[in-house]
Design a protein. Structure first.
Length: 544
């Protein structure tokens, strides 16, 4: 039985005046709850090694850790992203954790929740409609239909919409041109929602969005189209953080949904800010491996919002380590000491990447029922040789009780004096230099190859004095830009095929390899297992 959301808010210290219920177990928190309070909480960032296609349970570990901290008497809260319907019905299934370490109500959160993602889609597509309306009426802005960059979005994996032609059917239907769809999680509007500090900042960022250029390459923005106020109106309630709870009643803030492989991969700034102003310890996750979500949390979200973690947890599984050691995924659940030992190189790389940023992670082994104790011990001994704390955690099976050992290790780490932020590059550095340092430290690459189009975009931005962090869009399944190169590949370069300015979000996206901003469904979509039994939605989570 879930607790009343008012009781959950009271545990977090949020005044009931600021709680806007969406039913009994969900609520929006008015941004007025931030007023008059300073950040007093300690921030714990949860990241991971390079995951396999099924994911390694980073959200499960984050939720379990928050529950474990609560069992130790700490006022804890977990901050995670909202699930996208793309992965829910695609490969991974639901994104609310797993087993006894989930945020609830899981079905609601995995489906429509409080409507935030729908609001992002609506605001994004409103701007797309205004762009085509400007073209149709031949407005004074001089927007060139050949240089429109603003596509449409949909919160679903649908490869058939990646490339389309709009405006067909004659003069009354608009101006024919090539376009396409991205998934909503890749929308710049989603990134803006996640990075905005308040409603005024949201509106300002929306106005900065570049939708295309004129024939002489002058940027045309959403503000030029007078779109920012209407877009902000659609997003006003979506900007408010969502409060829910874990299976054990611990407060959870689920807000914002950018993917880490094609966006910045972190939950919202306002959600994290709310948590830090009310809780003692805030657990937040960054999507996929440390090379993606972890790095972007630090260089994009952290830099913009003046955040830096007080402790870092790096999630690994025996299954993933064996895959990185050359074992095939179907066989990775079986004992294989040789593959495990080889796969530890991937873990070592991510530990080294974190150390480049002055961070010393705790390794959390997310334990599966079939895991062998001697193999868990091998990983622990390997970490001990490197001076790294390694804690098996069983939140999936045992909830907060299974994560108490990890919680104790985190509390011990928080007793140490936190380090100052250490960024890998200055914002004023050339974009190629930023990519070079990321390639060498985060991916272990030898260097960077820029396609001519990407190089031209970087030169144009530098000439215009636009100095922003890099948001790398690449496969999450490899440190390289080739998904099949698992483990710790060497002797490779990363290939940047395209660069896109996200002026409102405040970063430049570098697209590597064959990464897609509109994923496709797999041969056997998770949607095929979703069903309704006695009025309850089942099959959203793996193995359900």
């Amino acid at each position: 039985m879930l607790r009343s959301i008012h009781d959950v808010a009271e545990d977090l210290g949020v005044d009931t005046r600021h709680v806007i219920p969406h039913g009994r177990a969900k609520a929006k928190i008015d941004l007025a709850a931030l007023d008059g309070r300073e950040r007093r909480g300690r921030l714990v960032l949860v990241s991971a090694i390079t995951p396999t296609k099924a994911g390694e349970g980073k959200t499960t570990v984050s939720v379990g850790l928050a529950m474990g901290l609560a069992r130790l008497g700490k006022r804890a809260v977990v901050c995670v992203r909202e699930p996208s319907l793309g992965p829910v019905f695609g490969i991974k299934g639901g994104g609310t954790g797993g087993g006894a370490a989930q945020v609830e109500p899981a079905s609601d959160i995995n489906l429509h929740f409080t409507g935030d993602i729908h609001a992002v889609s609506s605001a994004h597509n409103l701007l797309a409609a205004l762009v085509d309306n400007e073209l149709h009426f031949g407005g004074a802005l001089g927007l060139d239909p050949r240089r429109v960059a603003w596509r449409r979005v949909l919160d679903m994996n649908d490869r058939a919409l990646r490339s389309i032609v709009v405006g067909l059917g004659g003069p009354a239907q608009g101006v024919p041109r090539e376009s396409g769809f991205d998934i909503t999680a890749a929308s710049e509007v989603m990134a803006i929602l996640g990075l905005a500090s308040d409603l005024d900042d949201l509106r300002t960022r929306l106005g900065r969005v570049v939708v295309g250029r004129t024939a002489d390459r002058t940027p045309v923005t959403a503000a030029d189209l007078k779109a920012e106020d209407a877009m902000a109106a659609l997003l006003q309630e979506a900007l408010m953080p969502n409060l829910v709870q874990t299976r054990e009643g611990t407060p959870a803030i689920v807000h914002g949904g950018p993917f880490a492989n094609i966006a910045h991969g972190c939950s919202s700034v306002v959600g994290t800010d709310l948590a830090l102003r009310h809780a003692e310890i805030v657990v937040t996750e960054a999507g996929f491996g440390f090379d993606l979500g972890g790095e972007k949390f630090l260089h994009i979200k952290g830099r913009q919002a003046d955040l830096w973690p007080d402790a870092v947890v790096l999630v690994a599984t025996l299954r993933a380590l064996k895959v990185h050691g050359g074992e095939s995924p179907p066989d990775a659940a079986r004992p294989n000491g040789e593959a495990l030992q080889r796969g530890l190189a991937n873990l070592d790389h991510h530990l080294g990447a974190a150390r480049h940023l002055g961070l010393e992670p705790i390794v959390a082994i997310n334990v599966f029922a079939e895991d062998e104790e001697d193999e868990l011990a091998w990983v622990g001994a390997h970490c001990a040789q490197s001076g790294v704390a390694c804690v098996p955690t069983r939140g999936f099976a045992d909830g907060g009780a299974g994560a108490e050992a990890l919680a104790e290790a985190v509390v011990a780490a928080l007793a140490e004096r936190p380090g100052a932020p250490r960024y890998l590059y200055s914002l004023e550095a050339p974009y190629r230099d930023k990519l070079e340092v990321l390639a060498r430290t985060m991916y272990g690459a030898d260097g960077v190859q820029l396609a001519p189009a990407a190089a031209r975009t970087f030169r144009r931005l530098e000439k215009a004095g636009v100095h922003l962090p890099i948001c790398v869009a690449k496969t999450p399944l490899s440190l390289s830009d080739v998904p099949s190169r698992v483990g710790r590949p060497t002797g490779f370069e990363i290939h940047v095929r395209e660069a896109r300015l996200s002026a409102g979000a405040g970063f430049v996206v570098a697209l590597l390899g064959d990464v897609m901003t509109m994923p496709g469904l797999p041969r056997h979509p998770a949607a095929a297992g979703v069903r309704i039994e006695d009025g309850t939605v089942r099959g959203l989570m793996q193995n359900d």
